[in-house]
Design a protein around this ligand. Structure first.
Ligand SMILES: *Cc1c(COP(=O)(O)O)cnc(C)c1O
Length: 353
């Protein structure tokens, strides 16, 4: 079989999605399945919908278009603020987008009128992680303006934590979002449909037994795909962590010294890594590199150590393992490795049903 390749177990993804959907359903929290790490894979999108997610979300309109073209007709949200240069496509392919700028929402309104469509808007609120979001005290005045815009439907509010700064969801910041939802509903005499508390980093909080208040939606990517809680990258109870496996092929296997020799300058990717002298080792090269994945996000099989990587080579210490040219090694993946492998044209994707 061709290598490098990504083997994707759709049943494991289905199990993870279904389990999280069920755990959250008892709290009246729906799940938006986030597909961005999969390059908008239609097969994975269909698996998530089959497992009971109420909608799909992606950060890239190109991925959303790909899913639409493959016949995915579920509600899809664009979870990154739309670019003005892509407004027409956003209105065409996404039902809802997440927004923080009035200029963009005005443009969505014009584009939606032109296309004869209605576009849903969720306003993202800044609660401390300092990525996207409107400062809480400014949300009301923006709602007032967008309620007047033709072909725009105000759907609700959301927030995103644990991404740029690693701020954890807790009773305080989630409580703030609930209070804001109540106050906007009261001010404008409405009942907003969506209060989206955040991403996979919110699961620990949501399932802790604490009052989840007005939060009725989470947007889950990593937890479904890899079964990990991103706050501490710990496995989530009852989920699979190996739905994705990256397989690469051995192209050199030699006994070599562990220490380089000669005058040391920079490497292909900056400063050389610190090397401990282990004497002679079984050094193995795989045809896999920075162009294919994030080597730091790979977990090798037991008894094998990753020593380094360049654009096209992964260097291993095979220790006691006898590896021959043409042998294959399978890695478990962290999010960074998954995102890059899914988006690399060099990696063949193989779906196991
Ligand atoms: C990527 C993303 C998510 C999903 O994050 P995970 O940690 O993979 O669950 C949710 N919301 C937004 C806005 C995102 O950009």
């Amino acid at each position: 079989m061709s290598a490098p390749r990504l083997e994707i177990d759709l049943q494991k993804i289905h199990h993870n999605a279904r389990t999280l959907v069920e755990r959250l359903a008892v709290l009246n929290i729906s799940v938006t399945g986030i597909t961005k790490a999969t390059l908008g894979s239609p097969e994975i999108a269909k698996t998530l919908l089959d497992a009971g997610v109420s909608a799909l979300g992606d950060s890239r309109i190109e991925n959303i278009k790909r899913m639409r073209e493959a016949g995915v007709d579920a509600p899809i949200m664009l979870v990154r603020s739309p670019m003005l240069s892509q407004i027409d496509q956003v209105v065409m392919h996404a039902d809802i987008s997440f927004n923080t700028e009035l200029d963009v929402i005005n443009a969505l309104s014009s584009a939606a009128q032109k296309a004869g469509r209605t576009h849903g808007v969720v306003l993202m609120v800044e609660l401390g992680d300092l990525r996207e979001g409107i400062m809480p005290e400014d949300v009301g005045s923006i709602v007032r303006k967008i309620l007047k815009l033709p072909n725009i439907e105000f759907k609700g509010i959301g927030t995103n934590l644990a991404c740029r700064s690693g701020v954890s969801p807790d009773a305080k910041n989630m409580g703030k979002l609930s209070v804001l939802a109540d106050s906007i509903d009261a001010t404008f005499d409405l009942e907003m449909e969506i209060v989206s508390g955040g991403n996979s980093g919110n699961l620990g909080w949501a399932l802790s037994g604490e009052d989840t208040g007005r939060i009725n939606n989470l947007r889950l990517g990593e937890s479904i795909l890899l079964g990990l809680d991103p706050l501490h990258r710990e496995p989530i109870d009852g989920l699979h962590n190996d739905a994705f496996k990256l397989i690469a092929e051995v192209i050199e296997a030699k006994t070599k010294p562990s220490q380089p020799w000669g005058k040391i300058a920079q490497t292909a990717f900056g400063l050389p890594p610190p090397i401990t002298n282990q004497g002679d080792i079984s050094q193995v090269l795989l045809a896999l590199g920075e162009q294919d994945t994030d080597p730091d996000g790979l977990t090798p099989p037991p008894g094998i150590e990753i020593l380094g990587a360049s654009s096209d080579h992964l260097i291993l210490n095979a220790k006691e393992n006898r590896l021959a040219i043409g042998d294959e090694i399978a890695f478990q993946m962290k999010y960074s490795a998954l995102v890059r492998a899914m988006t690399s044209p060099f990696i063949v994707k193989i779906m196991k049903i």
